[in-house]
Design a protein around this ligand. Structure first.
Ligand SMILES: Nc1nc2c(ncn2[C@@H]2O[C@H](COP(=O)(O)OP(=O)(O)OP(=O)(O)O)[C@@H](O)[C@H]2O)c(=O)[nH]1
Ligand SMILES: [Mg+2]
Ligand SMILES: [Zn+2]
Length: 304
């Protein structure tokens, strides 16, 4: 028996990196039976125990307890937990200055997902050769997030991203076509990630990266390339905790008239006062209120 880490899952094959090399593992019956319907028995990033067989094959025996999980809602009505990546420490929300146009609601959702998973979050605004950074990036800087302005084609800003990744396990998240895989190639050309051809972008909804994959960093740590997720529902986030996942809202904890203030439309709300004073971005606050409504109603974006 050896332990290892799931680096990618292809259909029913779990690829596990071990000290003895890569093993392509099938699930044992025992593990298969333990499946609770909501989850695959293991997610990318999981530490697992495997039995090595012959010819680089093996059997997955057990998933070890997770330190963190990055989750979204899955299933026909968002009733299932989808673990995108286990045991990650950081989230890098990637979007492009143009082509595709930035979708800040998607950025905010990715940040909430990372914050809810207790991960350090940062933002990369890519394709800065096509357009300057949009004014909204100021909101994220004001909230305390590191913001990297990059051009994956020329390498601009890539060193700073590489420094931030060092020694940690970081998940890149963002819509399809923003340049996540291109950015990874700029960080380490040896990864040789497949990137989308420009012409393919005309065909909306086409994903170049089609599975979640962990890539080892030379000096330790991992980065995780993911397929662009267009929309996803939050998982495991209670509406009463949502404000804790916005650093600039969290900063006003305990300052409202009512202890259980949701910072929605309650009188004496310190967050609303900060929005009116211009110290909290109105757009971020409105986005927060939208998510609050979504969580209360139990309805999400189209579930995937
Ligand atoms: N002009 C410009 N184009 C870029 C930049 N970064 C990436 N691209 C182009 O954008 C397209 C999409 O890049 P990908 O790296 O495949 O995007 P992705 O985010 O990995 O997309 P999915 O794998 O589908 O989620 C490719 O044609 C890249 O060459 C950049 O900084 N500037
Ligand atoms: Mg990709
Ligand atoms: Zn309040």
């Amino acid at each position: 028996m050896v332990t290892g880490r799931v680096v990618r899952i292809l259909a029913k094959e779990y690829h596990v990196e071990t000290a003895a090399g890569l093993l392509r593992c099938a699930l044992t019956n025992k593990v298969r039976r333990s499946r609770d319907g909501a989850n695959k028995p293991a997610a990318v990033g999981d530490e697992v125990e495997v039995e090595a067989g012959t010819g680089g094959e093996g059997a997955l025996l057990r998933t070890l307890p997770r330190k963190t999980k990055l989750c979204r809602a899955k299933g026909a009505s968002g009733q299932l937990e989808g673990v995108l990546v286990a045991n990650a420490e950081q989230v890098l929300a990637v979007f492009s200055a143009r082509s595709p146009e930035p979708d800040f609601r998607a950025v905010d959702r990715a940040l909430v997902m990372g914050e809810a998973g207790q991960m350090a979050c940062a933002i990369a605004i890519n394709k800065t050769d096509l357009a300057g950074p949009p004014p909204e990036v100021a909101d994220y800087r004001a909230a305390g997030y590191p913001v990297f302005e990059t051009c994956a084609v020329t390498g601009r800003g890539v060193d700073a991203v590489r420094d931030w990744l060092a020694g940690k396990t970081t998940v890149l998240m963002g819509p399809s076509g923003v340049g996540k895989s291109t950015l990874l190639n700029a960080i380490n050309p040896e990864w040789n990630r497949k990137v989308g051809a420009l012409s393919e972008r005309i065909d909306e909804g086409r994903h170049t990266t089609t599975w979640v994959e962990m890539l080892p960093l030379a000096g330790g740590g991992w980065v995780v390339d993911t397929p662009g997720i267009e929309s996803f529902g939050l998982w495991g986030v209670d509406s009463k905790d949502l404000a804790h996942f916005y650093p600039e809202l969290r900063a006003h904890d305990g300052q409202c008239r009512y202890r259980d203030c949701r910072h929605d439309s309650e009188p004496g709300c310190a967050v609303k006062a900060a929005v009116e004073a211009g110290t909290i971005s109105n757009r971020r606050w409105e986005g927060y209120r939208g998510l609050l409504t979504e969580l209360k109603s139990g309805e999400g974006p189209e579930w995937k």
